[in-house]
Design a protein around this ligand. Structure first.
Ligand code: FES
Length: 103
């Protein structure tokens, strides 16, 4: 858990998630990392986890921000052949790396 601007009395971490992940350095052994939140945070947290030894299969994220109708009708969420609203919205990074780089 981290905050951007700690107030007096906060004893936890402060700073952006990728930096805190790097600082805390969780072990990738027998672990899964679940990453969801603002797209910019997800974008920079995934490489931080990879630097710690997490494989693309061990990193799970959500692309629900791409969804519009959510029921497979509007066609606004597709990445290649995948529809985020039907095939996801939760994917491993390994799955995403096999798709066109649109996320
Ligand atoms: S959100 Fe409309 S098709 Fe997926």
């Amino acid at each position: 858990m981290t905050v951007d601007n700690p107030d007096q009395g906060w004893t936890g971490h402060s700073g952006v998630v990728p930096a805190v992940v790097t600082k805390v350095a969780p072990s990738s052994a027998n672990a899964i990392a679940l990453v969801c939140g603002p797209p910019i945070m997800v974008k920079y947290t995934i490489p931080a986890l990879k630097d710690l030894g997490f494989t693309p299969q061990q990193i799970i994220t959500s692309l629900e921000m791409r969804m519009k109708c959510g029921i497979g009708k509007c066609g606004r969420c597709n990445i290649g052949t995948k529809y985020v609203c039907i095939d996801g919205p939760v994917f491993s990074v390994a799955e995403l790396e096999r798709l066109p780089q649109e996320f």
